[in-house]
Write a protein that binds this ligand. Structure first.
Ligand SMILES: [Zn+2]
Length: 87
């Protein structure tokens, strides 16, 4: 499950397991757009060291939504995008 963090950032403890520390990491973000699939690699996030829960900052989510909007207009089935190159 992916949670949005809007105001409280950075967070210290995981919202899911309540005890793990959230540490900076990068994750692949997977989304379904129309009939296609998008994989965005190397997305900066915070990841719980205990349960693996991943959260993205509001700024990152906005950027992802921009990317998905853009990709929606291109007719293809599968995209693999590197966040660090697209940002
Ligand atoms: Zn956790």
């Amino acid at each position: 499950m992916i949670m949005r963090m809007e105001k409280v950032w950075p967070i210290m403890n995981c919202l899911l397991c309540k005890s793990g520390d959230m540490i900076p990491a990068t994750e692949s973000y997977f989304a379904k757009v129309n009939d296609g699939y998008v994989i965005i690699e190397n997305v900066p996030c915070y990841k719980c060291e205990q349960c693996g829960e991943v959260v993205y900052s509001a700024a990152v989510m906005e950027k992802i939504e921009d990317l998905l909007d853009h990709l929606e207009k291109i007719a293809s089935k599968i995209f693999i995008v590197d966040y660090s190159e697209a940002a």
